[in-house]
Design a protein around this ligand. Structure first.
Ligand code: SAM
Length: 284
C-alpha cells in the first residue's frame, strides 16, 4: 500500500500533466473529501498508508478532475457566504463575485427593515439562501426556469435549515406576484463567443442556459430591467450582476424604467454590478 505522501505526489504530477494549474491543491482537496478529513490532517499524516479500495475511488475522482470537471461538481458542494451549497451539473457553481453582490446588499440594508426579496434565476439557491439567512424576518421568493435547478435549491434550503424562502418556477417575472424591497439577479450574460472561449471547466460542464444570453449577452438583462419596476417597492432596488463591458448599454436602456443608476465595481476593479433605483432619492 502506498503512503499518503506518495499518492499525493503522483496525483499532483498527473493533474499537472492534464493542465490543471491548481494540481497540488486539487489533489489534496479531493483526497481529504474522500477521507472525510480536513486538508491539514493530510499534512499531519503523510506517512500513513492508503488502502487499495480508497486508492481506486481516489483514482476515479482524479480522472474526472483530469478531464477538467470542476472540483466543486466532483465534491458536490461549495461554500457560499458561510453556507454549504450542494451543486451538480444542473446548476451554476456560485462565484465569488456573487458573494460580493450579496455582501453589498447586506451592508446597504443592515440597518433598514427589509420585508421581501426576489431572487431571479436562483440556480443552486445561493443568493436567495444567503439573504434569507442574513435577514431571517424577510420573506424571500426565488424563481428559476429550470425545474432541476429548483430541486437543488430546495435541497439547499433544507441542508442549511432555512425556511423563510419559497421557490417557484417562472420565466423571469411571468408568474411573479407581489412587491419587493430588493429584486436581485445574476442572470445569464455571456455571449456565445465568450462561452466558446471560456475554460474547459465552464464550457464543457456548466449549464450553457445559465450563462449565455442572446443579443450580445443582454437579452435576459433587458427582460428583467423592462419588467421589474412594477414589482419593486417605492424605495426598492433592482440589483444585477452583469458583464464588465455591459454597463453603458444597460444604463442607457434602464433610463426608460428607473430614476437612478449605480455602476459598482467588483474587488478586481471591474464594472460588475448595477443597482437601479425606483426612487430618485437614495442613500448608498
Ligand atoms: C448565472 S445563473 C445564476 C445562478 C445563481 N443565482 C448564482 O448566482 O449562482 C442564471 C440562472 O438563471 C436561470 N435562468 C435562465 N433563463 C431564465 C429565465 N428565462 N427565467 C428564469 N430563470 C432563468 C438559469 O437556469 C440559472 O439558474
Amino acid at each position: 500500500m502506498p503512503s499518503l505522501i506518495e499518492v499525493l505526489k503522483r496525483s499532483e504530477f498527473f493533474l499537472k500533466s492534464k493542465g490543471i494549474i491548481t494540481a497540488k491543491l486539487d489533489a489534496e482537496l479531493l483526497l481529504s473529501h474522500l477521507l472525510g478529513c480536513k486538508r491539514l490532517s493530510l499534512h499531519l499524516n503523510f506517512k500513513n498508508n492508503i488502502e487499495d479500495f480508497v486508492l481506486s475511488q481516489f483514482q476515479r475522482l482524479l480522472s474526472r478532475r483530469g478531464k477538467h470537471e470542476p472540483l466543486q461538481y466532483i465534491i458536490g458542494e461549495v461554500e457560499f457566504y458561510g453556507l454549504s451549497i450542494a451543486v451538480d451539473k444542473n446548476v451554476l457553481i456560485p462565484r465569488h463575485e456573487t458573494e460580493e453582490l450579496v455582501d453589498i446588499i447586506i451592508s446597504r440594508f443592515r440597518n433598514r427593515l427589509i420585508g421581501s426579496i426576489l431572487d431571479l434565476g436562483t440556480g443552486s439557491g445561493a443568493i436567495g439562501l444567503a439573504l434569507a439567512k442574513y435577514f431571517p424576518k424577510a420573506n424571500i421568493l426565488a424563481i428559476d426556469i429550470s425545474q432541476n435547478a429548483l430541486s437543488m435549491a430546495r435541497k439547499n434550503a433544507l441542508r442549511n435549515r432555512i425556511d423563510n424562502i419559497r421557490f417557484m418556477k417562472s420565466d423571469w417575472l411571468e408568474n411573479v406576484d407581489g412587491v419587493f424591497d430588493v429584486i436581485i439577479s445574476n442572470p445569464p450574460y455571456l455571449t456565445d463567443g465568450e462561452f466558446a472561449n471560456s475554460q474547459d471547466e465552464i464550457k464543457n460542464f456548466e449549464p450553457k442556459s445559465a450563462l449565455v444570453s442572446n443579443n450580445m449577452g443582454l437579452a435576459d438583462i433587458f427582460k428583467i430591467i423592462s419588467g421589474a419596476g412594477k414589482f419593486l417597492a417605492k424605495d426598492g432596488i433592482l440589483a444585477l450582476e452583469t458583464g464588465c463591458f455591459q454597463h453603458e448599454f444597460i444604463i442607457s436602456c434602464a433610463k426608460d424604467y428607473f430614476c437612478k443608476f449605480e455602476s459598482i465595481r467588483d474587488l478586481c476593479g471591474k464594472n460588475r454590478f448595477i443597482f437601479l433605483h425606483n426612487n430618485a432619492t437614495f442613500s448608498s
